[in-house]
Unconditional design. Structure first.
Length: 218
């Protein structure tokens, strides 16, 4: 007789990756989803009636502050994400080369959720929204950035720079070109974005220029 820890039934299952859409059952053994629903003779410990709910794989939040305890906006990942159905997330570049190791060791590797992070070009990262982080290129340490990327290659998704004119100003966006990595740029408030006409000319030609969204490029 097979054993199932949890059986979820009654709700519509939506899984785009497997092209599944329809009411069905999901069985869970340990911390894994079983390959198929249990047979009629399975020993089921817990049944969850999902009628009226949608059953999907965990959602992904690709831009959220996760550096709790070291930054003003940081949230506790498992408390903020898992109850919302978010099982994977990317920290929005709150840490730089000076404190990225603390983020990885104390947050990323201690959480149940699957976490990643962008590395802020500012060495100290973005610890508060009360004032802009320092983006003066004279403080960039490309050698250390490269070392951090190598050390945490499975965690760091790219470089982060905020695109508000009051943050970027005259310095532009160029560190990613030297490192050959991806770069994300989070827009600031509307009044700031309207002054960011200089950004497209400082991005590489194939960068996304969609207003109000992150700019990701390889």
């Amino acid at each position: 007789m097979s054993c199932v820890d949890i059986l979820i039934k009654g709700g519509p299952i939506i899984d785009p990756a497997r092209q599944i859409s329809g009411v069905g059952e999901i069985s869970i053994r340990g911390n894994r989803i079983a390959a198929s629903a249990p047979d009629d003779h399975a020993d089921i410990e817990q049944v969850i009636d999902a009628t009226g709910f949608i059953v999907t794989p965990g959602s992904i939040d690709n831009h959220t502050p996760l550096f709790h305890g070291a930054t003003e906006a940081g949230v506790i990942p498992d408390l903020a994400l898992l109850p919302m159905g978010v099982t994977s997330a990317v920290d929005a570049g709150r840490a730089g080369i000076a404190n990225c190791e603390a983020l990885v060791q104390s947050i990323v590797r201690q959480s149940q959720a699957r976490l990643f992070c962008s590395l802020n070009v500012s060495p100290a990262g973005q610890v508060t929204d009360r004032y802009p982080e320092n983006l003066d290129p004279q403080h960039y340490d490309l050698k250390k950035m490269s070392s951090v990327f190598d050390r945490y290659s499975e965690v760091i998704t790219g470089l982060k720079i905020r695109c508000g004119a009051e943050v970027v100003g005259k310095f532009g966006v160029d560190a990613a070109g030297s490192l050959g990595c991806r770069e994300s740029g989070g827009p600031g408030p509307p009044s700031s974005c309207r002054r960011c006409h200089f950004l497209p000319e400082k991005q590489r030609p194939y960068a996304s220029k969609s207003p109000g969204r992150e700019l990701y490029r390889r």
